[in-house]
Design a protein around this ligand. Structure first.
Ligand code: DHE
Length: 482
């Protein structure tokens, strides 16, 4: 038995037995000893004696007397309204192009910068919640941006007025959020508790808390939730049960899309009622992350410990193919482009020094492009021939590689600051500039001319983890994450 404090500032998932079902004890011990690749978990073998490491492993598998609760009442009780967006002018207070704004998340000191994407000058810098993670999401017109922090806070910011609108704590450990394409809803996927939380996008009022359970009552963390614009639905992959859920927000969808209220049972046979009824797709394996194919009829997902990726068709509601994906593909960072008349998906790999290129017609790997090291993020733009990828998890982490989308070969290498991690690229609206992060407290955004590959400007920043261009995001540019 043990007692637990609410992990208000936890940066990873809560280490509770419920969240460790996919990790066997010997492996957990190995993680405590050696750390875990592509996470913030370091190894402790050189810091603690063996028996202490074993005691930590035993501790995390012992159930707490009471699980922390975070339901409708707690969520509503946490809500803070800073400004009423309806009372603020519906036009930008600045002269810069509102569609060429970059939102930059600086995790070094937990701030966000709003950057003019033509002049590369700051329009605002404000404190964020602790440890923002995942891409912020935008309202359809690009006026509002929504952030999620690892400890559950969702914030809505008005870019046009440079003001925070509202904040709410939707979970204790949150994975990510999605914004509906009609601008009405936010869906939050949590690790703790095992819930999906629907919020009103206007004022972040909670609408519904969905317990994430299979028909045997087994609960699950949410791996990731994304908006599927043409389907007017949210799609969530689950971490501990082999299912994908689709939650429609289309009132006009035929009943089959409305979650089959009658075929889904919560626990002891209680039918799910209310908005966002989940339409379940049962799979053979877990999905830790996924990528939609361009028309959103299917997704390509993979389990962290799996050897095959799964292609799941959302219409026929089953796996239709598998993909040989070695290592640990980071599908959430996948991008697509047209190569020799076919659409391909390319994904970096968190464990192997390779970018995998998959033909979306027959799901075959057409190229494993060798890279300098395992990478985290990949980006391109319709107007550039290159896809930029980092070597984040390697000794070459200071170097970006530019893959030529026409030849599938690495064509250039760029080292913005020797010895400091370079990662995460985003292009300006017209694709002319590529902005690269130097991941350091004493870091920067480095702006490159995407044609000449010459540096144009360097803006000092505190570990700018990611940057997001309003236009590229709201138009679902094929070169960026959605
Ligand atoms: Fe992320 C996005 C999962 C560790 C920085 N990361 C995402 C998304 C998922 C994910 C599912 C897509 C969500 C979205 O955009 O809505 N990340 C995971 C993991 O499973 C992993 C490996 C382990 C974990 O700790 O959860 C992980 N991620 C990290 C980090 O250690 C990074 C490098 C530093 C940090 O801030 O935590 C990190 N992840 C990011 C960033 C994005 C992201 C910057 C947004 C990418 C984008 O361009 O959209």
């Amino acid at each position: 038995m043990r007692s637990i404090a609410l992990p208000a500032t936890a940066v990873t998932g809560a280490l509770l037995p419920q969240n460790l079902e996919r990790l066997r004890r010997p492996l957990a011990l190995a993680v405590i000893q050696k750390g875990r690749v592509a996470t913030q978990m370091p190894g402790f073998a050189d810091k603690l004696p063996d028996e202490a490491l074993r005691a930590v492993a035993d501790y995390i598998y012992s159930p707490p007397p009471k699980l922390p609760e975070w339901g409708m009442a707690e969520i509503e009780g946490s809500r803070v309204v800073h400004n009423d967006a309806a009372q603020l002018p519906a036009r930008p207070v600045f002269k810069a192009d509102p569609l060429n704004i970059f939102v930059v998340v600086e995790t070094g000191d937990h701030h966000v910068t709003i950057l003019d994407g033509d002049r590369f000058e700051r329009l605002a810098r404000f404190p964020s919640r602790f440890a923002l993670h995942g891409g912020p999401k935008f309202s359809p017109d690009g006026r509002f941006v929504y952030f999620a922090s690892r400890d559950g806070w969702v914030s809505k910011y008005d870019i046009w007025n440079l003001k925070m609108i509202a904040e709410v704590r939707a979970g204790i450990n949150t994975r990510n959020l999605a914004a509906s394409s009609d601008g009405r809803f936010i869906m939050v996927g949590n690790y703790l508790p095992h819930t999906l939380v629907a919020l009103n996008a206007h004022d972040l009022r909670p609408i519904r808390v969905l317990a994430v359970k299979d028909d045997k009552g087994r609960t699950s963390r949410v791996s990731a939730v994304y908006d599927a614009r043409p389907r007017k639905s949210f799609v969530a992959a689950l971490k501990d049960i082999k299912e994908v859920w689709e939650l429609t927000y289309d009132e006009h969808a035929p009943p089959v899309y409305q979650g089959l209220v009658h075929d889904f049972r919560l626990g002891e046979g209680v039918p799910v009622k209310g908005p966002f009824p989940p339409r379940r797709i049962v799979l053979d394996d877990y999905l830790d992350d996924f990528f939609f194919i361009p028309d959103y009829s299917a997704l390509v997902g993979a389990a962290r410990d799996g050897v095959k990726g799964q292609v799941v068709n959302l219409n026929v509601r089953r796996r239709i193919a598998t993909v040989d994906l070695p290592g640990l593909p980071h599908l959430g960072s996948g991008i697509s482009w047209s190569y020799q008349g076919r659409t391909v998906l390319a994904t970096p790999n968190l464990r192997e020094a390779v970018v995998s290129v998959i033909d979306l017609k027959d799901w075959k790997i057409i190229r494993q492009i060798p890279t300098l090291g395992p990478g985290f993020f990949m980006r391109s733009h319709e107007k550039t021939p290159y896809a930029w990828v980092d070597a984040f998890n390697s000794k070459h982490r200071d170097t970006m590689q530019l893959i030529d989308k026409r030849t599938l070969e690495v064509a250039h290498r760029i080292t913005p600051e020797p010895g400091k991690t370079a990662a995460h690229v985003e292009f300006s609206r017209d694709g002319r500039y590529a902005l690269v992060s130097i991941w350091d407290m004493d870091g920067a955004l480095v702006v490159y001319d995407s044609r000449t590959l010459k540096e144009v400007k360097r803006i000092p920043m505190k570990r700018p983890s990611g940057k997001y261009n309003v236009h590229n995001k709201i138009t679902l540019s094929a070169g960026t994450s959605h």
